[in-house]
Design a binder for this molecule. Sequence first.
Ligand SMILES: Cc1cc2nc3c(=O)[nH]c(=O)nc-3n(C[C@H](O)[C@H](O)[C@H](O)COP(=O)(O)OP(=O)(O)OC[C@H]3O[C@@H](n4cnc5c(N)ncnc54)[C@H](O)[C@@H]3O)c2cc1C
Length: 232
Amino acid sequence: MTLLGRLADEGLSSGAEVSVKLSAVGQALPGDGEKIALEHARQICAAATAAGTTVTLDMEDHTTTDSTLGILTELRRDFPSTGAVLQAYLYRTETDCADLAYEGSRVRLCKGAYHEPAAVAYQDKTEVDRAYVRCLKVLMAGAGYPMAATHDPRLVEIAGALAVRHERAKGSYEYQMLYGVRPDEQLRLAGQGERVRVYVPYGDQWWGYLVRRMAEKPANLTLFLRALTSTG
Ligand SMILES: Cc1cc2nc3c(=O)[nH]c(=O)nc-3n(C[C@H](O)[C@H](O)[C@H](O)COP(=O)(O)OP(=O)(O)OC[C@H]3O[C@@H](n4cnc5c(N)ncnc54)[C@H](O)[C@@H]3O)c2cc1C
């Protein structure tokens, strides 16, 4: 809420949206967790609307997917621009993409960041990449607003090619990357007139976020330590 107020005050809300992890607003609580998360998310969506921007629900581990998509449906009744994240590594995601590829629907497609079992997710990197392409094809061919969240150079190229194939105007889809990852590529795409959004962690609950990024890419630890010890 504070962040949304600040974005509005600084006149930045048209260029920024907020991502919310439902686990941070109660989803994992026993009993009424889902209801509590929905109520909190509703308040955040209302604040985002007042600030002139939108909310995207981050996707967490596969045990929360149905609950998160259910909350998305509820939120979209009052806040139709609320976006969702789908993870290409889950077997179910191609179907979820088809379900969400409708007019006004905003979908961020990522590979997926959690360690998931073979019962629900592809384990092999190449399989995940192939699934990402299949999902992206569905989203780009659909009527919604695809958000290609990847730093993978091949997938970035394929996203561009699919946008051309489906005669999508620049700005009818976007690229998303993490703050500090491939910044030159972010600038290159923006320089070509593409819409690029950078995901910036905010707030004091940064430890869990940092640990997940480290687990995902241990090489990040070197970058992090270098940044900590750098004086420049
Ligand atoms: C905007 C955004 C939002 C996201 N939201 C979610 C979410 O809600 N739920 C979820 O499960 N996951 C989310 N993710 C994470 C995502 O699922 C992947 O784990 C992450 O993006 C790495 O996958 P990749 O597509 O970049 O490909 P990878 O195959 O992991 O990486 C391709 C190349 O990109 C570079 N690279 C990738 N990641 C990093 C890094 N962290 N640091 C340095 N270099 C890197 C490397 O050069 C690497 O070789 C999000 C990612 C982005 C960009």
